[in-house]
Design a protein around this ligand. Structure first.
Ligand code: ZN
Length: 102
């Protein structure tokens, strides 16, 4: 999967003239809060973090851009997983309720 997105990132890189930043942005996971597919990695004086340009969610501050990206992606996966569990529990609950009301 990482290889696929890297290849796609390289393809996009060839189509644009924005260089490495396009590849790095492409490898960032979708924002877990609003679904924005293009969060940005921001380099700051005392750290790096990923921010969502739509809902302004902020990833953890890390020493390197790679770490900031890694933690953003991990957080995104964990929140998506948690959301899917909650949805499954809600569906099971609704299904029980509808069986009871018959
Ligand atoms: Zn967002």
């Amino acid at each position: 999967m990482a290889t696929t997105s890297l290849l796609a990132g390289l393809l996009i890189n060839e189509m644009t003239s924005q260089g490495l930043s396009v590849i790095m942005d492409f490898q960032l996971a979708t924002c877990p809060y609003c679904g924005n597919r293009h969060p940005k990695l921001v380099h700051r004086l005392f750290g790096n973090r990923v921010i969502c340009t739509k809902c302004h969610a902020v990833g953890p501050d890390r020493k390197s851009g790679d770490l900031a990206r890694y933690d953003w992606n991990r957080q995104s996966r964990e929140l998506a997983f948690e959301k899917s569990i909650k949805n499954q529990q809600l569906l099971a609950h609704l299904s029980r309720l509808s069986r009871l009301s018959r």
